[in-house]
Design a protein around this ligand. Structure first.
Ligand code: GAR
Length: 224
């Protein structure tokens, strides 16, 4: 049975597109039951609708506070029948109530090698700092910013002439691979969390050809 997921976006939704593509290819055993955006002009909403996926805007500006906004999202996600929530460029912190509603089932993609460079401008902060390795992280979400247990990370080189945009583009290509992979592990029930450590149950599934000039761990599997 495909895992029913809700994907939360705020912007372009290219990570959402990567999830849609893997669902449509059959690699990702999930069903995108709902795409939710807090921004009416999010291109992610258009992407969803053009693939026949229910898409809804809940503007945070229309709610008195974070809790009321989160409650509206909880209702919409439950009504859509989703059990797992994937943050794909969703630029809002979630309340304890939201996280309790989907306990242990909220994943986020962050464009930096956590715990370095949390926040909303991870790629630019890494470029400005002058790192020579940058990357992205899929992690479980807790009440702290970009803090929950790490599921998978990908590292890419960063060069002295990189700026936030050039680095972001290199990182984004890897985001599009590790996010669907992490969701697939969750869909397969292969993720166990012990303290801060995430264990992915091994199977006989063949590994994907590793991306050139990047290090991904745990390794990507076929289809991702
Ligand atoms: C992605 O790079 C994602 O990692 C980042 O926003 C971008 C959304 O792109 N998220 C964060 O910075 C969260 N702190 P997309 O809308 O094209 O998927």
């Amino acid at each position: 049975m495909a895992l029913p997921i809700a994907v939360l976006v705020s912007g372009s939704g290219s990570n959402l597109q990567a999830l849609i593509d893997r669902v449509e290819s059959g690699a990702l055993e999930a069903r995108i039951a709902l795409v939710l955006s807090n921004k009416p002009d999010s291109y992610g909403l258009k992407r969803a609708r053009s693939h026949g996926i229910p898409a809804l805007c809940i503007p945070h500006t229309e709610y008195a506070d974070r809790l009321e906004f989160d409650r509206a999202m909880i209702r919409a996600i439950r009504e859509a029948g989703a059990e797992t929530v994937v943050l794909a460029g969703f630029m809002r912190m979630l309340s304890a109530e939201f996280l309790k509603a989907f306990a242990g089932r909220v994943l986020n993609i962050h464009p930096a090698l956590l715990p370095s460079f949390p926040g909303v401008r991870g790629q630019r902060d890494a470029a400005d700092y002058g790192v020579t390795l940058a990357g992205c992280t899929v992690h479980f979400v807790d009440e702290l910013m970009d803090h929950g247990e790490v599921v998978i990370q990908a590292a890419v080189p960063a060069y002295p002439d990189d700026d936030g945009d050039s680095l972001a583009e290199r990182i984004l290509a890897l985001e599009h691979r590790i996010l669907p992979q992490a969701v697939q592990w969750l869909a397969q029930g292969r993720i166990q969390v012990k303290g801060r450590k995430v264990h992915v149950t091994p199977t006989g599934i063949q590994r994907a050809v590793p991306p050139a000039n990047a290090l991904v761990n745990p390794p990507l599997e076929q289809g991702f």
